[in-house]
Design a protein around this ligand. Structure first.
Ligand code: NAD
Length: 470
């Protein structure tokens, strides 16, 4: 199949490279000249496992990059829109990028095409795209608009795309659904997985089902999935807060509830809250679209509220550990919104670093991939270290803000000698409290009793009034 993907960000670039790996001929279109130059020069502009290999494999053959949307659309059977849908000030999804692309597509219709929403968009967007294309004089039977939401997670995006739990296709005609079935056939018939050179199969991956729904249902599936996952995170964070109040251990609680197959262990990771370019904006957009349709989705307000509270609670923990903050030197491990990516959009780590800077702290930070992007928002106010140990040297405390694998395997005795005071405040629960106390650390984590070498289990402190939810 001939495919155009509009937008070469986290979703568009990964989708384009993976479609090429499935055997399709793909043109990825972007209007960011710098990004295109980097892509055409053989660079990979984002940190994503297996993506450099796929780009190298297909660039210039089955995968090309262009700023010419008109020619790309004219050459294609399916056009995937994967541009950003950032939040407006009122919390709606800003669909202006989608609209611009839809308008441009309409001028390039030369045969039947399927226009596919890959971006996360509110319900009814496909109807708007259809209207825009019709308004610009395309014939009604010359195209269909489909919704094909993307469920990839940054850091495992390529594997998620090629080994998905399911593929959702929202299509209102058989003709349209057939095009998308054909595009994904190498995954749904399992032939891709038998190929030499296929991206390695993750544990428990199975041949994915392709679920065909109406376009409206598919649009809702994406918002509802993200809202549910965010709810799971906020739920366990709320449970963690109760654990802190009574001196219980949230990790034990997670094991006890996560082994129930109806609940499952995934996304039960207490921490400093969710971030990234999707959950925060998608929850707001889902809340806003529900409100417009006459339903007050108050559950989502509470999910967002708990998420905000997690950062304040972490700040309180650092205060409990250090008393006053002005002039303190904090070593920060992790700036990306999660491990395995360089994406810092809506990163709780960045937001906390900004708060600590406002409080007058000195910050030395280390992240395996996000320095370049973090420098753009934190300016020169942060010292960026080359490794975790350099960040920790002479610091009053070490804060773990992102769950990179390498932060769970630190040389702890070395860290102990480098820190001015052996205090670790772990926002991602990467270590076992008793082992940390045995190594001589005062250790604070989320939903588990704080420990120190002299007091292996510090008494829980009642949360200040500001943390109590109404
Ligand atoms: P991104 O900001 O990384 O990329 C968007 C790209 O679109 C940019 O390269 C931008 O230059 C390009 N673009 C904007 N307007 C354009 C135009 N008129 N013509 C050509 N290119 C244009 O965004 P992203 O993270 O890839 O997300 C894209 C969409 O996918 C969003 O709706 C997001 O919610 C959704 N999504 C993201 C993820 C994720 O993990 N990032 C996962 C699932 C769904």
């Amino acid at each position: 199949m001939q495919i155009a993907v509009v937008g070469s960000g986290y979703v568009g670039l990964v989708a384009g490279a993976c479609f090429a790996d499935l055997g399709h001929i793909v043109i990825v279109v972007d209007n960011d000249e710098q990004k295109l130059a980097a892509l055409n020069n053989g660079q990979c502009p984002i940190h994503e496992k297996f993506l450099p290999e796929l780009l190298q494999r297909h660039r210039g053959h089955r995968l090309t990059f262009s700023d010419d949307l008109h020619s790309a659309v004219a050459a294609s059977d399916a056009v995937f829109i994967a541009v950003g849908t950032p939040p407006t000030e009122e919390g709606h999804a800003d669909l202006s990028y989608v609209e611009t692309v839809a308008r441009s597509i309409s001028g390039a219709m030369n045969r039947y095409k399927v226009i596919v929403e890959k971006s996360t968009v509110p319900v009814y967007t496909s109807e708007w795209i259809r209207k825009i294309i019709l308004r610009n004089a395309a014939a009604p039977d010359s195209f269909d608009v489909a919704s094909n939401p993307e469920f990839m997670r940054e850091s495992t995006a390529v594997t998620d795309f090629l080994y998905p739990d399911r593929i959702v296709v929202g299509a209102d005609s058989h003709r349209c659904a057939a095009v998308l079935r054909e595009i994904y056939a190498p995954l749904t018939d399992g032939s891709y997985y038998k190929r030499q050179g296929a991206i390695p199969r993750p544990d428990r991956a199975q041949i994915p089902p392709l679920i065909v729904t109406s376009t409206k249902s598919a649009e809702l599936i994406k918002h509802a999935s993200n809202a549910f996952l965010a709810m799971k995170i906020s739920f366990i964070n709320a449970v963690a807060s109760v654990c802190e109040s009574v001196g219980a251990n949230v990790q034990q609680v997670c094991q006890g509830i996560g082994t129930d197959r109806r609940i499952g262990p995934q996304f039960l990771n207490p921490g400093i809250g969710y971030g990234g370019s999707c959950f925060p904006k998608d929850l707001k957009a889902f809340r806003a679209v529900a409100h417009e349709c006459g339903y007050e989705f108050r559950l989502l307000d509470e999910v967002m509220h708990i998420n905000e509270e997690q950062r304040r609670r972490f700040l309180h923990k650092v205060r409990s550990a250090l008393w006053t903050l002005r002039g303190k030197h904090l070593a920060v491990l992790g700036l990306a919104f999660k491990g395995g990516t360089d994406d810092i959009r809506e990163s709780p780590a960045i937001s906390l670093v900004e708060t600590f800077l406002q409080e007058g702290c000195r910050i030395s930070a280390y992240d395996p991939a996000a320095h370049e992007r973090a420098r753009e928002v934190l300016n020169a106010k942060v010292d960026f270290a080359d490794n975790p140990y350099e960040a920790a040297r002479d610091a009053d405390a070490l804060l773990i803000l992102t769950e990179w694998d390498e932060f769970a395997a630190l040389d702890l005795p070395r860290l102990h000698t480098l820190l001015k005071y052996p205090i670790v405040v772990d926002g991602r629960n990467l270590y076992d409290p008793e082992s940390m106390a045995a190594l001589g650390f005062t250790y604070y984590s989320v939903g588990r009793p704080a420990v120190s070498p002299d007091i292996p289990s510090v008494e829980p402190q009642p949360a200040p009034k500001a943390f109590k939810t109404s």
